[in-house]
Design a binder for this molecule. Structure first.
Ligand SMILES: *[C@@H]1O[C@H](CO)[C@@H](O)[C@H](O)[C@H]1NC(C)=O
Ligand SMILES: *[C@@H]1O[C@H](CO)[C@@H](O)[C@H](O)[C@H]1NC(C)=O
Ligand SMILES: *[C@@H]1O[C@H](CO)[C@@H](O)[C@H](O)[C@H]1NC(C)=O
Ligand SMILES: *[C@@H]1O[C@H](CO)[C@@H](O)[C@H](O)[C@H]1NC(C)=O
Ligand SMILES: *[C@@H]1O[C@H](CO)[C@@H](O)[C@H](O)[C@H]1NC(C)=O
Ligand SMILES: [Zn+2]
Length: 948
C-alpha cells in the first residue's frame, strides 16, 4: 500500500487553481468508440479490457526499407495536385471505379536512391515501363527510374532510381491510377441508399487511419503534412465537396461524357488522414447571422431531410460552438469554411475531416417532431466533439498513432465544454460521470488493462493502428489536471506553437507546465510530467481509503476482481499523485490535508468527482454518510459517485454487499437523474443475477417501493402526463421512472402505457406517444400485451421511414413475454426480407436480454451455430456482442457446463470474432457463480427486510 499524498499546505481554494487543480483525472475519453470510431467497420465496440499488451511486432527489423511499415523519412512532401473522377454508375463488368491523377512535390532531406510512397489497391498507369514519372524542380535533371514495383504487404509503390536524389532539392512525382469505388467504407468508397424507391449512389471517403493510400499514392503518415490542391470530376447534376471551399467549376466533355470539374482552394498544411472527397446530389442550408462573414457554415444532407428542416438544429449550434472554441483555444478557426454532411448508411458515428466533417444521419440531423431529447443531445455532443478536433487533432496533430489517446481524450473532454456552451441549461458536464468516468472505471479496474501510452515502435502496421482505435476505447482523460484558466492558457500556447505541425504528448505537458509556472501564486509540488506520468505510463487507478478515526489516508491499486493477479510491472509501483477535493460536515475544505481525527464530523472526498479514483471510508464515516443520505441527501453533492463507488467496492470485496445496497435506500426521496441512473445501472447486475430466482420477488418489491414516489412526482409535474418535464435530465429520469414503475407494477403505470399504445393502434397515422418515451412505452406495451400489440408493432416497423423509429420498434418487439412470439421473432432473423442481415445479431441479442427470451435465444444460437457463424462470423464485432449478450445472466454450474460443451461441440466450426467473447463468457460465468453463492442469502434477506 503506497502513501503518496498530494499535499499543498499553503495554497487555498481561493487561489485559483486548487479547487480544480484537483488532479483530476482525466477521464475517460475515447469511449470514442461509441461516438466516433464505430465507423470502422466491424470494430464498433466498447473495449472491455480485452487488450493486453501489443504483441512484440518484429523481433528482427526487416532488411529492405520497403518491408518496413514506417516510411524512411528521407523525403518530405510539400504539396499535391490531385484530380479524382468517381463513376457513380457501374462499368461493363458491373464494377464501380474511380480514376485519378496526382502530382506530389517533395524535398529530399536524406540522400537516397529509393522513392517509397504509399499506394494500396490502385492500378497504376504505365509510363514507359515505369509506374510513375519523376521530375526535378531544380536545374539539374532528375535521376531515371530503373525499376518500379508495388509491395502489397506494406502498401508501397517503390521506385529504384539510377542515381541518388540530392539533399535539399525539390522533385515532383506524377502518377495516374484507377481504383475500385467499392462499398467497403475505406478510402474513396461508395455508399448506397434508397430514396422514394430509387437507388442512389454517393461517392464519399474515410481516410483515417491509413486509407488515403487507397485513393491516390501519397506519403500516408500523419506527420507527412502537405498542402492539397484538389479537383473532382463529376456529373453535372451532382455536387462535389472537399476540405477546401469550391473556387471554380468548368464543364467539359470527356470521352463523350458531359462532366463538370470542381476545383477547390488549396488546403492548409494538413495530414492525409483528414482529407475528404464527396460526390452526391445533396443540398445544404447555410449561414448564421451572428458568425463572422468570411466563414461559410453549411449543413448537407439528402434533399428530403433538408427540406424537412432536419439540418436546422446542427446549423444553429455550429456557429456558437466554433466561436466558443475560438475563445477557448485562443486561436481563430483555421479554415474559410465548415461543411458538415449527413450520410445515409454511414456505418459509424462521425469523422473529423478538416473542413468537411462526415456524420451518420442520426448524429447530425434532428427532427423537432420525431426526435427525442436523447437524439438531440447526441447531435449536440457529436458536433461539439468533431469541431473540437478542428484545432486539437487537425491543426496540431499527433506525430504517430500511438498518441491517439491524447487526441481522442482531449476531444472527449472539450466536447462537454462546447456542448455546454450550445445548451447551457442541460448541465451536460454533470453527465461526464455517467458516460465516461464510470465506463472507464469498469475497464481500467481489470488486471488485464494496459497503460495509455505505447511506444511509437509498438504500433506499426495498419492492423496495429486500427487496434489503437479499438482498445483506447479506454483512455483516461489525463488532461484535466488544472483549473480551467491555467489549462486553457497552456493549451493555447501549445496550439499556437505547433499549428500546422505535429507533436508528441509530452509537448502538451511542457506547455501546461509553463502555464503553471507563469501563474502567480500557483504552486504545485510536482511537475506536470511527474504527475501525469503516473496516470499515463501505468494502468489502473487507486482506491483511496480514508480512516477518519486515525486521520489516515492511503491508496491502493483498485482491482474489481480481488483474486486477479497483476503481472504487468510498474515503475511507480501502482501509486499515484492523488489530489483530493473534500468537505467536512458540509464545508468545503481549504487544504488538502492533513486530517486529524474528525470526531463526529462526516467527511466526503472527491466532492466534484474530478478525481479518477474510488473512495472508501472507515465504517463510522460510511454510517454517517448513509444516515445523512437518508435525512438530508442534497448535502452530499456527489451521490452518484458514492453509489457507484460502494457497489464497485463491494464487487471487489472491500466492503459488504449490504453496505452498497444501503446507498440506495434513500432513493425514494431522490429526484435527480444522475444518482438514479447510477443506482439503476448498478442494480442491473442484481436483476440479471436474480431475476430467475426467489430473490427477484423481494428485489422487485423493494424497487417498486423506491420508484413509486418518483413516478408520482413525474405524474404531478407533467400534469398527469400531458407535458414534457422542463429539465433536460428530468426528461431522462421520467423515462426511468416509467420503465421501472411498469416493470415492478406500480399502480397506474401499465394502464397508462397500454392506453397510449391502444390509441396509437386505433389511429396509426397519429402516434400520441412523445418521442422521449417511445422506446420505453413500446417495450412495456408489448411486454404486457399479446399478439395484437406485437403484430401492430411489426406492421409499423415494416412501414417506418425514419431509421430511429424502426430501431425502437425492432428492439421493443423483443420485450414480449410470449415464448411463441419470441421464437417466431428469432426465426425472422434468419430471413433477410424480414430482418435486415446487419440487424440480425443485435435482434437476437435483444431477445436474449429478455428473461423469457434468454433460454430461447441460447437454444436457437446453439442449434444454428454453423449457419450463424457462416453468415456473420467474420470480422463483425456484433458477433462477439451476441455471445456476451446471451451469456450475461449465466450464473449456475449447469450453464457453465452448457457453455463449455458448446465450445467443445463447435471447435470444428469455430467462433471467429467471438472467440475471445466465448472465453470471457466462461470466465464471467465462473465469477458470477462465485458471486451469487456468496451473496444470494444476504441479498434476499436484505431486500426482504427493506421492502416491507
Ligand atoms: C499544381 O497545379 C498548379 C496549377 O496548375 C501548378 O501551378 C502547380 O505547379 C502544380 N503543382 C504540382 C505539385 O504539380
Ligand atoms: C486492376 O488490375 C488487375 C489486374 O489487371 C485487375 O484484375 C483489376 O480488376 C484491376 N482493378 C480495377 C479496379 O479495375
Ligand atoms: C434555430 O434557431 C432559430 C432562431 O433562433 C429558431 O427559431 C429555431 O427554432 C431553431 N431551430 C431548432 C431546430 O432548434
Ligand atoms: C492569445 O494568443 C495571443 C497570441 O496568439 C497571445 O498574445 C495572448 O496572450 C493569448 N491570450 C491568452 C489569454 O492566452
Ligand atoms: C517501488 O518499489 C521499489 C521497491 O520497494 C522501490 O525501490 C522504488 O523506489 C519504488 N518506486 C517508486 C517510484 O515508488
Ligand atoms: Zn474524436
Amino acid at each position: 500500500m503506497g502513501k503518496v499524498y498530494y499535499i499543498s499546505k499553503n495554497v487555498g481554494l481561493g487561489l485559483l487553481a486548487l479547487a480544480a487543480v484537483a488532479l483530476v483525472t482525466i477521464l475517460a475519453l475515447s469511449i470514442a468508440y461509441d461516438k466516433e470510431k464505430a465507423r470502422n467497420r466491424g470494430t464498433s465496440g466498447d473495449g472491455t479490457g480485452d487488450s493486453t499488451s501489443m504483441p512484440p511486432t518484429t523481433s528482427s527489423t526487416p532488411k529492405e526499407p520497403w518491408d518496413r511499415y514506417r516510411l524512411p523519412h528521407s523525403l518530405v512532401p510539400s504539396s499535391y495536385n490531385v484530380t479524382l473522377w468517381p463513376r457513380l454508375t457501374p462499368d461493363e463488368n458491373s464494377l464501380y471505379i474511380f480514376t485519378g491523377r496526382s502530382t506530389v512535390e517533395f524535398r529530399c532531406v536524406k540522400e537516397t536512391d529509393l522513392i517509397i510512397i504509399h499506394s494500396n489497391k490502385l492500378n497504376l498507369t504505365d509510363f514507359n515501363g515505369q509506374l510513375a514519372k519523376l521530375t526535378s524542380l531544380s536545374e539539374a535533371t532528375a535521376p531515371a527510374i530503373q525499376k518500379s514495383w508495388l509491395v502489397p504487404k506494406t502498401e508501397y509503390l517503390v521506385l529504384q532510381l539510377q542515381r541518388t536524389l540530392a539533399v535539399g532539392v525539390m522533385y515532383s512525382l506524377h502518377t495516374e491510377f484507377l481504383g475500385e469505388l467499392a462499398d467497403d467504407l475505406e478510402g474513396f468508397y461508395r455508399s448506397e441508399y434508397t430514396e422514394d424507391g430509387v437507388k442512389k449512389v454517393v461517392a464519399t471517403s474515410q481516410m483515417q487511419a491509413a486509407y488515403a493510400r487507397k485513393t491516390f499514392p501519397c506519403f500516408d503518415e500523419p506527420a507527412m503534412k502537405a498542402v492539397f490542391n484538389v479537383s473532382i470530376i463529376h456529373e453535372r447534376d451532382m455536387i462535389a465537396l472537399s476540405n477546401g471551399r469550391e473556387i471554380a467549376t468548368e464543364d467539359a466533355v470527356v470521352d463523350g461524357v458531359p462532366v463538370r470539374t470542381t476545383t477547390f482552394e488549396p488546403t492548409r498544411r494538413m495530414s492525409t488522414y483528414l482529407l475528404a472527397f464527396i460526390v452526391c446530389d445533396f443540398i445544404s442550408i447555410q449561414g448564421v447571422k451572428n458568425f463572422s462573414v468570411s466563414l461559410q457554415v453549411r449543413i448537407w444532407a439528402r434533399r428530403k431531410a433538408i427540406d424537412d428542416g432536419q439540418g436546422e438544429y446542427a446549423l444553429n449550434i455550429t456557429g456558437p460552438i466554433l466561436q466558443f472554441y475560438e475563445r477557448y483555444y485562443n486561436a481563430t478557426y483555421p479554415l474559410s469554411k465548415s461543411d458538415q454532411i449527413a450520410l445515409p448508411d454511414f456505418n459509424a458515428g462521425a469523422m473529423e475531416n478538416w473542413g468537411l466533417i462526415t456524420y451518420r444521419e442520426t448524429a447530425l440531423l434532428y427532427d423537432p417532431v420525431m426526435s427525442s431529447t436523447g437524439n438531440k443531445e447526441r447531435v449536440t455532443t457529436v458536433i461539439a466533439h468533431e469541431l473540437a478536433h478542428m484545432w486539437f487533432g487537425n491543426l496540431v496533430t499527433v506525430q504517430w498513432w500511438n498518441d491517439l489517446w491524447l487526441n481522442e481524450g482531449f476531444a472527449m473532454y472539450v466536447e462537454y465544454l462546447g456542448a455546454d456552451h450550445a445548451e447551457p441549461t442541460w448541465n451536460i458536464k454533470d453527465q461526464i460521470i455517467l458516460y465516461d468516468v464510470h465506463k472507464v472505471f469498469g475497464i481500467d479496474a481489470l488486471a488485464s488493462s494496459h497503460p495509455l501510452t505505447r511506444r511509437e515502435d509498438e504500433v506499426n502496421d495498419p492492423a496495429q493502428i486500427s487496434e489503437m482505435f479499438n482498445t483506447i476505447s479506454y483512455s483516461k482523460d489525463a488532461l484535466r489536471v488544472f483549473s480551467e484558466p491555467v489549462f486553457a492558457r497552456g493549451l493555447s500556447s501549445y496550439l499556437n506553437t505547433f499549428a500546422f505541425s505535429n507533436t508528441v504528448y509530452t509537448d502538451l505537458w511542457d506547455h501546461l507546465q509553463k502555464a503553471v509556472e507563469n501563474t502567480p501564486g500557483l504552486h504545485i509540488p510536482h511537475t506536470v510530467h511527474d504527475i501525469m506520468n503516473r496516470w499515463t505510463l501505468q494502468m489502473g487507478f487507486p482506491v483511496v481509503t480514508l480512516d477518519t478515526r486515525r486521520g489516515r489516508i492511503t491508496q491502493k491499486h483498485f482491482l474489481l476482481d480481488p483474486d486477479s493477479v497483476v503481472d504487468r510491472p510498474s515503475q511507480f509501483n501502482y501509486t499515484w499523485f492523488v489530489p483530493i477535493k473534500w468537505m467536512k460536515t458540509g464545508v468545503e475544505q481549504q487544504q488538502y490535508w492533513l486530517l486529524k481525527d474528525t470526531g463526529e464530523d462526516w467527511v466526503l472526498l472527491n466532492t466534484n468527482v474530478s478525481g479518477f479514483f474510488r473512495v472508501n471510508y472507515d465504517l463510522q464515516n460510511w454510517d454517517r454518510l448513509l444516515s445523512l443520505l437518508n435525512t438530508d441527501h442534497q448535502v452530499i453533492i456527489n451521490r452518484a459517485q458514492i453509489i457507484d463507488d460502494a457497489f464497485n467496492l463491494a464487487r471487489a470485496k472491500i466492503i459488504n454487499t449490504t453496505l452498497a445496497l444501503r446507498t440506495t435506500t434513500y432513493l425514494s426521496r431522490e429526484r435527480d437523474y444522475i444518482p438514479w441512473e447510477s443506482a439503476l445501472r448498478n442494480l442491473d447486475y442484481y436483476i440479471l443475477m436474480f431475476d430467475r430466482t426467489e430473490v427477484y420477488g423481494a428485489l422487485q418489491a423493494y424497487l417498486k417501493k423506491q420508484i413509486q414516489p418518483l413516478f408520482e412526482h413525474f405524474k404531478k409535474i407533467t400534469n398527469n402526463w400531458t407535458r414534457v418535464p422542463a429539465g433536460h435530465t428530468d426528461q431522462y429520469n421520467q423515462i426511468n421512472a416509467i420503465e421501472i414503475a411498469c416493470s415492478t407494477n406500480v399502480e397506474g403505470c401499465r394502464e397508462l402505457i397500454k392506453g397510449w399504445y391502444r390509441q396509437w393502434m386505433e389511429n396509426p397515422q397519429h402516434n400520441p406517444i412523445h418521442p422521449n418515451l417511445k422506446s420505453t412505452v413500446y417495450c412495456s406495451a408489448i411486454a404486457f400485451g399479446g399478439v395484437e400489440e406485437w403484430d401492430f408493432a411489426w406492421k409499423m416497423f415494416k412501414n417506418a421511414t425514419l431509421a430511429s423509429e424502426a430501431a425502437r420498434l425492432r428492439s421493443a418487439m423483443a420485450c414480449t413475454k410470449a415464448p411463441w412470439l419470441l421464437n417466431r421473432y428469432l426465426e425472422y432473423t434468419l430471413d433477410p426480407s424480414k430482418i435486415r442481415k446487419q440487424d440480425a445479431t443485435s435482434t437476437i441479442q435483444y431477445i436474449a436480454r429478455n428473461v423469457v427470451g434468454m433460454p430461447l435465444a441460447w437454444n436457437f444460437v446453439r442449434a444454428k451455430w454453423s449457419y450463424i457463424f457462416q453468415q456473420y462470423g467474420r470480422g463483425s464485432f456484433s458477433f462477439a456482442r451476441l455471445v456476451n449478450g446471451i451469456t450475461t445472466r449465466f450464473s449456475t454450474d449447469f450453464e457453465l457446463q452448457e457453455l463449455k460443451k458448446f465450445k467443445e461441440d463447435n471447435v470444428h466450426v469455430g467462433f471467429g470474432s467471438a472467440s475471445l467473447a466465448v472465453e470471457q463468457a466462461i470466465e464471467k460465468t465462473t465469477t458470477n457463480i462465485k458471486w451469487v453463492t456468496a451473496n444470494k442469502a444476504g441479498v434476499l434477506t436484505w431486500f426482504t427486510e427493506e421492502s416491507t
